[in-house]
Design a protein around this ligand. Structure first.
Ligand SMILES: [Zn+2]
Length: 386
């Protein structure tokens, strides 16, 4: 079937009456797909028998710009499309449990950390930070570690939580730095991704969910292109560059720069605290270290190499974000524009890996984070905040 007839078919009212659902196979059972994924099924169901078989599912992971574990990635999508809970759900703490884990660290390591709310989400959940350090606010070079910006990227929440425990247990870096761990930037989206659609990416804005990592911008007029690149006109989706003006898009940039409370909370932390010199934003997946377009390649490549040496094993691919695909409104670009070293760590090969793989990711990413923190402490006198 050619593309034209497929497009035409989608436009027309071709769906049969009666049972017009799509089906797929999961753990030996034939399950109906929930209607919100019909469009994706239309794309994949090449033989038009309304059953997306494994051969057809393969198209899902083709032409991806980064490496994924196809089998696992497809399995996660099958759970989402049938709203069947993932068995791995219990491995990953929910919003309440993330807060409780932070409380537990405050109790266990008195005087070494405090739990602070950076603000609240659209649906009224707190965006919690754990501030680690032995000194007064702002006295030492600051490093921010974030996770859970994209709802479905579950290890990106587990990794910073695990890192907090490692930093507190060891204690040595807390004498020379102030570390802010923000494990769950997007609590509303995360809870949505845990309750049916585990491929959910955006936030919980009731007026129209936004891709938080396409919404970042500061209020400096010279930086306005970071959110909407030149030549990308408001409200028109056909000229979209690096993010979308279409509210239905997974990369919807929002109605205006930093429109979302979650984005605002992060910007306030990073831009108002002038001791903050470095940020790692955790995402999944692809095993990559991405640095901002405006960053000095030599510096970031050396930083990436130090992180790779510490992580061990097969190295993360180190490259600038636009080498992977065009992006705008991402946190790293705003950090770079304000003299903060910003990196994105894309861990793993799927969005909700099982236990053994999660343990491997925590271990590797943990060591890479420690190398990043050490490098920022070492470079503190050469880094200039604006
Ligand atoms: Zn992401």
């Amino acid at each position: 079937m050619n593309l034209f007839s497929k497009l035409r078919r989608r436009d027309s009212d071709y769906r049969p009456k009666g049972d017009n659902r799509f089906y797929l196979e999961l753990d030996g059972k034939k399950l109906p797909v929930v209607p919100q994924f019909d469009d994706q099924c239309v794309d994949l169901d090449v033989d038009e028998d309304r059953f997306v078989d494994n051969e057809e599912f393969r198209y899902l992971t083709q032409n991806m710009p980064f490496r994924v574990d196809s089998e696992r990635f497809i399995r996660e999508h099958k759970h989402a499309w049938t709203h069947t809970p993932l068995p791995e759900l219990a491995l990953y703490p929910n919003y309440e449990q993330v807060g409780a884990q932070l409380d537990e660290m405050v109790r266990k390591y008195p005087g070494k950390c405090e739990k602070i709310s950076l603000g609240s989400s659209h649906q009224g959940r707190e965006i919690w930070a754990l501030r680690l350090g032995e000194h007064r606010l702002g006295e030492k070079p600051g490093i921010v570690i974030t996770g859970g910006t994209h709802a479905r990227e579950w290890p990106s929440i587990a990794i910073p939580l695990d890192l907090s425990e490692k930093l507190l247990q060891d204690g040595s870096r807390l004498r020379d730095s102030e570390i802010w761990i923000v494990p769950l930037v997007n609590p509303d989206g995360y809870e949505i991704s845990r309750s049916g659609d585990n491929t959910y990416r955006k936030n919980g804005n009731p007026e129209g969910p936004v891709d938080l990592n396409r919404n970042f911008a500061d209020d400096c007029p010279e930086h306005v292109h970071l959110w909407r690149p030149a030549g990308d006109k408001p409200g028109i989706k056909y000229d979209d560059k690096g993010a979308s003006d279409d509210p239905k898009s997974r990369q919807f940039r929002g109605t205006h720069p930093a429109s979302e409370p979650e984005t605002k909370a992060l910007l306030k932390l990073q831009l108002e605290h002038k001791n903050i010199l470095g940020v790692i934003d955790n995402h999944n997946c692809g095993e990559m270290l991405l640095y901002p377009a405006g960053g000095e390649a030599g510096y970031y490549q050396a930083l990436g190499q130090a992180m790779n040496e510490a992580a061990g094993g097969e190295p993360y691919r180190v490259m600038s974000a636009p080498e992977l695909y065009p992006v705008s409104g991402i946190s790293n670009d705003v950090q770079q524009a304000n003299g903060i070293v910003g990196m994105t760590l894309e861990s793993g090969f799927s969005m909700q890996p099982p236990e053994a793989e999660l343990a491997r990711l925590k271990d590797r990413a943990g060591r890479a984070h420690l190398a990043f923190i050490d490098k920022i402490i070492q470079d503190k006198d050469n880094l200039t905040r604006t």
